[in-house]
Design a protein. Sequence first.
Lengths: 315, 383
Amino acid sequence: MVAPSALKREPLWRIRLRLWTRSLQKNWALFWESRIGPIGLGIILFFVLLMIAHPILMATVWDPRVYDPVVGFDRDLLGRHPAPPSWAHPLGTDPIGRDVLSQLMWSTRSAFALGVTSALITVIIGTVIGAVCAYFGGIVDTIFMRLADLVMLFPFIALLMVLRSVIHLDLWRLALVMGILSGFGGITIILKAQALTVKVKPYIEAAKVAGGSAFHIIRHHIIPNIMPLAFLYMMFNVTGAVFTEAVLSYFGLLDIRMSWGIMIHTAESAGYLGAFSQYWWLWAPPGAAITLLCFAFYLVGRGLDTVVNPRLRKR
Amino acid sequence: MLRYIGWRLAQIIVTFFLFLTVVFFLFQAMPGDYTKQFIMNPKIPPEARQVLAQRLGLTGSVWDQYRNYVRNVFTGNLGFSFQYYPREVWDVIKERLPRTAVLFLVADLLAFALGYPLGKYIAWRRGQISDYVVTVTGVFFYTIFTPLLAIILLFLFSHVLGWFRSGGFLTPTLWLRPPVEPQRVFLLLTATIVGLLGLWAASFLFTRRIGHPRPRAWARRGMVFLALALAVLAWHESGIGRYAWDIVWHMFLPVAAVTLISFGGIMLLMRDSMLEVIREDYITTAKAKGLPDRVVRDKHAARTALLPTITSFTIGLGFIVSGGIVTETMFSWKGMGLTYLEAVLQQDFPLAMGCLTFTGILVLLAHLVVDVLYALLDPRISY
């Protein structure tokens, strides 16, 4: 038993920190127990390592003239590109003489940047709109819900195929467009439903009685309570964004210098995809990378689901 | 019930109208038009391009074009395709729509037949090894990069094993002098598939009088099997069975790809929905009554868990249509997705807009069907 005087002397921030670490520990245990979440996290860590290793390798072992992912060329193998894996090129070279492993590692960065940026934008928009719709209801709610219906009606990839000739889509713009579009889509409906269950809690009433403004209640009471669910959907959105970028790049519709999708596009447009196993290093590594990263974020999302949604836990 | 359907229809028409508006202005915002393709062609002087633009309805203010477009769509006139010039958009869509519809209908039903029992099964065995293995496999196929899956399937089954053709709709050498149009054969095939499905659904009604569950199930299976045998026999005797089989043969790989991609989604939805249901009190009661596990799982839990699964599945339909573009392109299956991609790349706006319009109609209709189904399946809902 701690004496009341001792409690008083402990600063507030430390109590908050302790509570925070305690809940983090509890949630981590739940996440770990889901077993599939940690697998995903492991794969993501592997990709992070690949991403970090690339600039280091470029600065030390790899000659930029040979190993640059976009403009590199290996003169020693002149006329023999695409060359199969060798000691100099662990994953071979592509049809125009660039190192496949270097491209693969370099593209990890853009995949993460795109996926996380787009998902963050989606989640921020979705959370704010979901909270506002649930709190105010009425006409605001109707407008945004019908808008979400409309957005969900559009096949995403088909829409971006048209948009790419209206807006010059480089990596950041693509992330922005995807983030905004899916932010007004289904995620608002899901987060609004969650916010509605928060809105009827007694502490919201109490905050209102105490004179809290609408902004205060939304900002300090509703949004923090729908945050975990939003974070969970962020993982699924990363999967969606990485997948969409890869498909569009594969069709050669984007203005991105190098990405996993573009690597397969290069192999296809140079005519090496039809030979299947003969030139496997041109399509298998980038294809596997896209699949694994999407897979990993989805698994993390599933793992977080058991943390956020108590009904999915073990009894 | 009828009032509810009417209300939903009104809502759908408003949404559809907004959808059309967005589609129109989206394509308006695209730079250039079809006539700009001939800008470098010395044989087509500016005057000729002007005439062409007038003929194709590309002159006049945006507002005029918009009014024309909406009026035309609601009167069923989608205009001419620029790419296949003398053909009308509706003519092209009429040919391609059944291909996409059949591909996705068959694949999604298979995915449901695979995902529903698997989801049920792994939810019941929550936390065991089989749960983790099946979940991870499902997630893997659900998130696999579609072109990669297509490459692997083509490589394995067409290149190495040589069982199936590497894409396309039919074998050209077989169809050199066909007795019937391929489209006619395909429509007959579609009718057969839909008819069999309808019979399967109807078999539940026909066998309702049979009291005991086991003979009832056998009667149902017998009916479906008999119908299937009759259909196969009819196709065999008709003399065009060879041609029909050729199309079916080409359908195998794309159907397999779509099935593999979508079963995971259904399975995971079913699993989560099951996990929520089996915490309910009535499941405990059913177990306490001493009912066998299988009965509790299949009759008490799974039927309730099915409803949220169906809803989430419908909400994700747009996503499936997106995936269709990739699948159809990879397997050169000339459906709506591939047509749309080509039309966008060729700046064939009427055809691209037509494709999007029909996709919108299909998705909206699916939403309506699910709403009605939901009301029929869930005794708690009444309108």
